[in-house]
Design a protein around this ligand. Structure first.
Ligand SMILES: [Zn+2]
Length: 331
């Protein structure tokens, strides 16, 4: 293992539709240097790959290290990534990303081994190794922000399914006649429990013109449109309509979790995204909704907890997965 000791660094890249985060990290997942910039997403895959290459070369230069000291590059990216074929099949937030062999294209540019994982799977792995799921073997990670994503840890490994798309909890149908989803389906969990869904529901309620603390919460930040965060704030202040909106979103999320629990029998659900900051006013009713919809033996010992790593769960997971893939050891 002398070879690994001479290569103490991993480069991590979190490729999102709006931002690219590039880091230098240790093989234990400690981040030493960060660079964040807007994704030139409209330029298409070649432009974004140029940008990734530039960012990687820059963090290496700024950190003052050598290519020979780098074990691998770990990338997490938003989209349907076929793990077996190493191809980004489709990325809704990145223009023109259809059937892009991301790992190979980046390897050709920088001559380092590259591992790629879907962002929610990487975040699940990050939380499992370093965050709220530490020490557990069966974990489901769910991120609730503008959309809803998820990743499954089964027996200490990411459960990929046949192609790598397992864990897409946001697109489980929870209402046969619910709102239309971006994916084309109706009544996906994402259309009922995401931040976007909460904000849309608030806008519908407010259209009737009744006064609400949701508007006050938005106005306090100098904004006219009400976001999910304003709805949560108003609910905590006792606003009846806001409470109804939050309660409904939580009820659907609890039903989604109950379905996952029946299928996977996890020890713990780790919830990330904006809502994970909401504290007990969110988690207590979520636990209750979950228990109402799961039979005793399944729900009894399941914990539902906020994520521990915030925005950096994905990149931490991507770094550790790169170590795993190319060094073949856990710690
Ligand atoms: Zn959907």
């Amino acid at each position: 293992m002398v070879k690994e000791r001479n290569k103490p660094y991993i480069i991590g890249v979190d490729l999102g539709g709006t931002k690219i985060l590039t880091v230098v990290a240790t093989a234990q997942g400690e981040i030493l240097l960060r660079k964040k910039e807007e994704t030139r997403a409209l330029g298409g895959p070649e432009v974004v790959l140029d940008q990734m290459e530039e960012d990687i070369r820059e963090v290496i230069r700024v950190q003052g290290i050598d290519f020979e000291e780098i074990q691998a590059v770990g990338v997490c990216a938003a989209g349907f990534y076929n793990h077996r074929e190493r191809v980004m099949v489709k990325s809704p937030n990145l223009t023109g990303w259809n059937q892009v062999p991301l790992a190979r294209m980046l390897e050709e540019r920088i001559a380092l081994p590259v591992s790629v994982e879907n962002d929610a799977n990487a975040a699940a792995y990050g939380e499992y190794r370093l965050g709220a799921g530490r020490g557990r073997s069966h974990m489901v990670y769910i991120t609730v922000s503008t959309g809803i994503g998820g990743g499954i840890i089964a027996d200490g490994e990411i459960f990929h399914g046949s192609q790598g798309y397992a864990g897409e909890i946001g697109h489980i149908t929870v209402d046969l006649h619910g709102p239309r989803c971006n994916c084309g389906n109706r009544g996906c969990l994402e259309t009922l429990s995401s931040g976007t869904a909460i904000a849309r529901r608030a806008a519908e309620m407010l259209a009737s013109g009744s006064p609400s603390r949701m508007l006050e919460a938005a106005a306090m930040e100098g904004r006219q449109e009400v976001t999910a965060r304003h709805v949560f704030t108003a609910a905590e202040l006792g606003d009846a309509e806001a409470r109804e909106i939050v309660g409904r979103a939580i009820e659907y999320l609890g039903a989604g979790l109950a379905g996952m629990a029946m299928l996977l029998n996890p020890e713990i659900f780790v919830i990330g995204g904006g809502v994970s900051m909401s504290g007990d006013s969110f988690f207590q009713p979520l636990r209750e909704a979950f228990c109402r919809r799961s039979p005793g033996p399944v729900s009894e010992n399941v914990e539902i907890v906020p994520a521990g790593l915030g925005d950096e769960a994905g990149i931490a997971g991507a770094v550790l997965l790169a170590v795993e893939e190319f060094a073949g050891k856990k710690e």
